[in-house]
Structure formats: C-alpha cells, structure tokens
Design a protein. Structure first.
Length: 178
C-alpha cells in the first residue's frame, strides 16, 4: 500500500533535517513508538497500537538506508513482528524536505506499507485518511525545537483514529467540512 503526506512545518529546513537524522527522536515523536537501540544507521524499536480492547505490540528493526543532505532526502526501512501473534509489517518511508521561507519547510513523506496476518483488513483510502492526522502530529513534533515532543506517550489508538475519521462523514457518505 502506498501513502503520501505533504505538510508545511513552522521550522527552518535545517532544524527539521537535523531532527530527522536523529533516529531516537523519530521514535519519540511518532505516537506509540519507541526506538530502544541505535547502532550507526540501524535501529531496534517497538510500537504499540490499540485496536479497541486489543493491544498490539510490534517489535522491529530498521535502518536509515539513504541520507542525502544536499537534496534533503532520506529513506528509512523497517520490519516488525507482532509480539503475541503472527502479524508482520514492513515499511519504507522516503522523506524530502523543501524550504518555503527561512522559517517554514514543506515535508513530503512517501510510504510503502505492507501488513501480513493482521487482524485489520482495511482499504488504502481509509488507511491514507486515518494516517493523515497521525503523520501531521509526528511531523509537528519533528519540527519542535530542542527535545520537545507532545506528551502523548500512550499507544497508537487505531479505533480512535478510525472513529475520528468516520465521524467526519455525514450519513449520506460525503465528507463534513470543518
């Protein structure tokens, strides 16, 4: 499944690039994720997601496979396995940063995501829309100065995210305007 996200951030491109080069910070800034070990460009981590009353824990490994500072382009690849089940996921994320002004940056993420054996069978359109607020929160955290990330250290709540998404549609199936 391919996902695309494009967000404008209130931070200079150099700051955002520096933050993306810190693998531990990436883990702290994504809801439900934690990077537990870093060795050069390789990392070990975990992510916790809630699906209603179920908690899914994924343990995984990955690496930064591309870092091009002049083009401000980086690529992460990771594989995770569900701790108490047969689920598996692979992800590849390509980041490209573009300066808009001295204090604003456009962050473009292209993600290839594959789930295997998951208790969740949803379509690409729903995953894209449900991932939009999560990625926006992640990118906002990555643009914050210092070591600040929003204080949402809990798990990634898939039901709440889907509920927020489904609540944005009217009964006739059209999207509500906010």
């Amino acid at each position: 499944m391919k996902l695309h996200h494009d967000h404008e951030l209130d931070a200079p491109v150099e700051l955002v690039w520096e933050h993306f080069m810190d693998l531990r910070r990436i883990g702290r800034c994504f809801p439900g994720a934690e990077v537990t070990e870093v060795d050069g460009d390789a990392f070990v981590g975990q992510i916790r997601a809630r699906l209603g009353p179920l908690s899914l824990w994924f343990d995984g490994t990955g690496s930064m496979t591309e870092r091009d500072a002049s083009a401000r382009r980086a690529r992460l690849e990771a594989t995770g396995h569900e701790r108490h089940g047969l689920g598996r996921a692979t992800i590849g994320v390509t980041l490209t940063l573009h300066p808009l002004t001295a204090d604003r940056t456009r962050a473009r993420l292209e993600t290839a995501l594959d789930f295997y054996g998951m208790p969740l069978d949803v379509g690409r359109g729903l995953v894209q829309r449900a991932s939009d607020p999560l990625v926006e929160r992640f990118l906002t955290n990555m643009a914050r100065p210092g070591d600040a990330a929003d204080d949402d250290s809990g798990s990634l709540d898939l039901v709440r995210t889907a509920g927020d998404l489904l609540g944005s549609f009217r009964r006739d199936g059209r999207r509500r305007r906010h």
